[in-house]
Design a protein around this ligand. Structure first.
Ligand SMILES: NC(=O)C1=CN([C@@H]2O[C@H](COP(=O)(O)OP(=O)(O)OC[C@H]3O[C@@H](n4cnc5c(N)ncnc54)[C@H](OP(=O)(O)O)[C@@H]3O)[C@@H](O)[C@H]2O)C=CC1
Ligand SMILES: O=C(CO)COP(=O)(O)O
Length: 343
């Protein structure tokens, strides 16, 4: 199957715009056109007039075969690949609005790393439900993908997951550049869960950092965070090996180590004494872990999966415990064997 000639990206934030650049750079020699939908007309105008999206990507220059529009019908018209990059909690409402405009033969790619509050649904499930799309035409992309680093063309790998390996390969061929290398797999559940839960773990690591704790502490939280992420993914039907790859361990390392991460930043700010409202007000960008944490915990409780770090991050976010109580509560638990699946 020839790679797509027309790509629509819905969402002109940091990752949507950066992925649009990847697709445009990847397809430039094949005459590919990428259209990005921005909900604010001034954001679309700025991209078209200056080749920049300054609010999210500073001075990064966007390629000429990337155009922006505030008209979602124009963005979706004739698109063979439709990429979704809006905040997870807004996806369902937006799909309801745009459904009739999505070309019936399009392949859908989710870039989002959140779990829907209320339904605990993954983004690929929300897409399947709302668009009534077959699984083999819905894919997800996830990995250690801090948008700003990729926008600066710093080499990065990622994973495209789809039940159809052919679909995953088709998407990978549409987003391969000298600075971006997508791998493929068929474990959509494991790939999505890795991206969702690492945001919650990054909140915990950010809190440790904000409290001036050292690298041993952060490595301990990351490693045990990966263990609880893996337990949840496997209980949902994902594969543990996926969690030890780019979309699990890779993304966990990137997000928990980087000051570019919004989730990590949110944790640091909480540790510095800001309230949750102050943190979200200050950041003005999507930190999915803040809302997804409760949905992750709800899912874990339904499935009988033990997720102590997530449980305590939720308690901090809800104001049930203070940031200072997070560490002592985790350390005071009963001793146990180390394995990922140990009870
Ligand atoms: N940034 C990154 O490094 C990465 C992000 N992701 C994931 O990608 C997804 C999108 O994140 P990202 O691009 O970073 O987010 P940003 O916060 O950078 O941008 C969000 C985008 O969605 C728009 N938006 C915000 N609120 C709404 C709403 N209520 N309805 C419709 N559109 C809205 C914003 O428009 P406006 O500008 O008008 O507010 C903006 O275009 C998230 O799930 C995130 O976890 C995944 C990998 C890397
Ligand atoms: O998903 C990301 C990196 O892979 C981005 O993380 P943040 O949303 O925390 O910035």
């Amino acid at each position: 199957m020839r790679p797509p000639q027309t790509v629509a990206v819905l969402g002109a934030g940091s990752w949507g715009t950066t992925f649009a650049k990847i697709a445009a750079d990847s397809g430039d020699s094949r005459g590919v056109q990428v259209r990005v939908w921005a909900r604010r007309p001034e954001a679309a105008e700025e991209i078209n007039a200056t080749r920049r999206n300054s609010r999210y990507l500073g001075d990064i220059q966007l390629p000429a075969n990337l155009q922006a529009t505030d008209d979602v019908a124009e963005a979706l018209n004739g698109a063979q690949l439709v990429v979704l990059a809006v905040p997870a909690q807004t996806l369902r409402a937006q799909l309801r609005e745009f459904k009739s405009l999505v070309p019936k033969d399009a392949i859908i790619l989710s870039l989002m790393k959140g779990l829907e509050v209320g339904t605990d649904a993954r983004m690929s499930q929300v897409i399947a439900e709302e668009l009534e799309w077959p699984q083999d035409r819905i894919a997800v992309l996830s990995g250690p993908n801090l948008a700003m680093e990729i926008a600066r063309e710093e080499p990065t790998a990622s994973v495209v997951a789809c039940s159809s390996i052919e679909t995953a390969g088709w998407i990978a061929s549409a987003c391969t550049t000298p600075y971006f290398r997508p791998y493929t797999n068929t474990d959509v559940i494991g790939t999505e869960i890795g991206g969702i839960v690492k945001n919650v773990i990054a909140l915990a690591v950010g809190i440790c950092e904000g409290k001036q704790m050292g690298d041993n502490t952060k490595a301990s939280v990351m490693t045990r965070g990966l263990a609880e992420t893996t337990r949840l993914a496997v209980a949902l039907g994902g594969k543990s090996e996926t969690l030890f790859g780019l979309s699990g361990m890779g993304d966990l390392i990137a997000t928990c180590s980087s000051s570019l991460s919004r989730n990590h930043t949110a944790g640091r700010l909480l540790a510095q004494g800001l309230t949750l409202d102050e943190v979200t007000g200050k950041m003005q960008q999507t930190a999915e872990g803040i809302k997804s944490a409760q949905a992750v915990l709800d899912r874990a409780i339904q499935l009988g999966v033990y997720m102590p770090i997530t449980e305590n991050v939720v308690a901090v976010l809800q104001g049930v415990i203070s940031v200072d109580e997070l560490g002592p509560r985790l350390l005071a638990r009963e001793l146990k064997a180390e394995g990922v699946h140990a009870p």
